[in-house]
Design a protein around this ligand. Structure first.
Ligand code: AMP
Length: 213
């Protein structure tokens, strides 16, 4: 099975599709999740990261690359990179790391979505500490009981960076930063674009086609 680098604007669904691939034996590596774990530990580094993330800005390339290096060294299974690389310099650092570790069997998938739809998804998004996610603006993904996780009964929370102002900054900085990354992987013949506003099942089928090719 090929490994996959997901590149997608915030709230395009890369988290959801990564989870679907996990059930096929993929290891899900999300830089956003790793950074939120660091914040939970309440260390000085965690506080610094929280300050950056809550404003919708990017954490330094060196910090996230260190996290990725730790995960990929000695990895034995196909993996999904979710949220990395986000800048051209991260893509170049990743390429060097792949060469060093002998990783060649991978594809890059870009999930395409516009600002309006992504904003709607982000503002309705709620999550549970057990890993379940919900959306109050989508009947298919609403919790049965308002604010409570269907699976474990805990109280659902909103991500601190899912507010209108910070979301717009994240989305726009994503589009600016991603253009050169898309071009970079296009030149390597690795890039596949998928429309993110179609049904999840259709997206999953397309992803499987790309990874089994
Ligand atoms: P995500 O959960 O992928 O949307 O990431 C949440 C936030 O974590 C982003 O808005 C950034 O502030 C930070 N972050 C995640 N991945 C990266 C990365 N590759 N480079 C820099 N910052 C990142």
């Amino acid at each position: 099975m090929k490994s996959v680098i997901f590149i997608a604007p915030p709230a395009a669904g890369k988290g959801t599709h990564s989870k679907r691939l996990e059930s096929l034996g993929y290891m899900h590596i999300s830089t956003g999740d790793m950074l939120r774990e660091e914040i939970k530990k309440d260390t000085p580094l965690g506080k610094e990261i929280e300050n950056i993330i809550s404003k919708g800005n990017l954490v330094s390339d060196e910090l996230v690359h260190g996290l990725i290096r730790n995960c990929l060294t000695n990895i034995k299974m196909p993996f999904i990179l979710d949220g990395y690389p986000r800048t051209l310099s991260q893509a170049e650092m990743l390429d060097n790391l792949f060469q060093e570790l002998g990783i060649t069997n991978y594809e890059v998938i870009y999930l395409d979505i516009n600002l309006e739809e992504a904003m709607k998804r982000a503002l309705g998004r709620l999550s549970c500490s057990c890993g379940e996610t919900y959306n109050i603006y989508d009947d298919k993904f609403k919790p049965q009981k308002e604010g409570i996780c269907d699976k474990c009964g805990r109280v659902l929370v909103k991500r601190s960076d899912d507010n209108e102002e910070s979301f717009k900054v994240r989305f726009e900085s994503f589009i600016t930063n991603t253009k050169p990354i898309k071009e970079y992987y296009e030149r390597k013949n690795k890039l596949h674009c998928i429309e993110a506003m179609q049904e999840n099942e259709k997206i999953t089928e397309r992803i499987k086609e790309i990874l089994n090719d």
